[in-house]
Ligand binder design. Sequence first.
Ligand code: OOG
Ligand code: MG
Length: 263
Amino acid sequence: MALSAATIAELAQHLEDAQLQVHDVVKITDAYPDMSWSESYDIQDAIRSRKEARGDKTVGLKAGLTSFAKMKQMGVDVPCFGFVSASMARPDGGDIRMSELIHPKVEAEICIVTKAPLRGPGCHVGAVLAAIDYVIPAVEIIDSRYRDFKFDLKSVIADNTSAARFVIGGRPRDVDELDLRTLGVVLEKNGQIQSMAAGAAVLGHPAAAVAMMANHLGARGQEIPAGSFIMTGGVTEAIAVAAGDNVLVRFQDLGSVSMRFVP
Ligand code: OOG
Ligand code: MG
């Protein structure tokens, strides 16, 4: 079934309104079961255009469902790609307001900034490593707009892969000073370890998530521009948070990222 341009615009508004007005919705494939993959990305692109038209700049790209733990947690078997906006950024050590979110979860993410454009098809880990300016850690706060955080892949892609907030912290490092596969990550909530993993949990190598993103964008006639901040996807399963929680993630060789959840 081909969705009309009007339906794509309507669904983008429906999902973005749910985000901005902080309420959940049923997954959109209930009403549009035959929606295609490219249409789900068209809806996400329409959300991006709505934000940019209001002056909310796109400041990064994200890969999601790239670790085996996340795929298992959400019951899917392919990664997805989205974007993050200026309005989603929060400072390291700062407060995250629960009243602005529906049912947030935190994820530890190894991130990169590129110094050269990447364009698929044919992008691979080697090309990505050559294009990395530096590596920096972040925590993503995801917040699906779908009821009970339950969705299928097409619905979550349209919903900009649950993007809601992100916190960059730690310190930037040259990629040749690190082994991204064995780089350890420990996620703590209120001083207790919740989960831990190494970079290889992300598709065997976090750079593989970026290569996949470049190939995905290439198929849509787009590229990853030089200077892009890219989140490669949660290394462990996502952890639910509530008001009063303190989250601290320690990244081997990259320092830590923290935040506090407030009402
Ligand atoms: C989709 C977004 C997943 C990640 O890092 O795996 C994601 C979701 O689980 O809601 O951002
Ligand atoms: Mg994520």
